[in-house]
Design a binder for this molecule. Structure first.
Ligand SMILES: [Zn+2]
Length: 139
């Protein structure tokens, strides 16, 4: 019946929206007191305290709530870009920043993924209210 078909597609849409909303609540796996940020800092222009990659976040010490939010924003950015696209874009933005500012630290701070995370990591409700692809406005 035509009516039934319409209902089925509506349910599919609802299910997809529900899944997308539930993904907002996904958190990475936090690993405290890790040496990984220490090692990465040797290759990086900044001193790394915590580092988000794939479903993990490594932290040098006990991770604070604000840092947890910052790294969870990066986790959500990775989810919406299927991880690999975010890693590639992050690298491209970094290289553009490096060419523009001739400073690794400025390139890092002007990266749209970092601008979104730094601008909002003090807001406790940000992750709940965040719109998908919010980093785009900082490009
Ligand atoms: Zn960051």
């Amino acid at each position: 019946m035509p009516g039934q078909k319409k209902d089925a597609s509506l349910n599919l849409k609802e299910a997809r929206n529900k899944l997308f909303n539930n993904m907002k609540n996904l958190k990475p796996i936090f690993i405290n007191n890790s040496k990984i940020p220490v090692w990465l800092s040797r290759l990086s222009p900044i001193n790394i305290w915590a580092f988000s990659f794939f479903i993990f976040v490594w932290c040098r010490g006990e991770i604070a709530e604000k840092t947890k939010r910052h790294e969870t924003i990066h986790f959500q950015q990775q989810i919406e870009l299927l991880f690999i696209v975010q890693w590639i874009l992050y690298g491209i933005f970094y290289l553009f920043g490096l060419a523009k500012f001739k400073s690794g630290e400025k390139a890092y701070r002007s990266n749209p993924f970092e601008v979104e995370a730094y601008n909002n990591d003090q807001d406790e409700n940000y992750l709940q209210n965040r719109k998908r692809y919010s980093w785009i406005k900082h490009v």
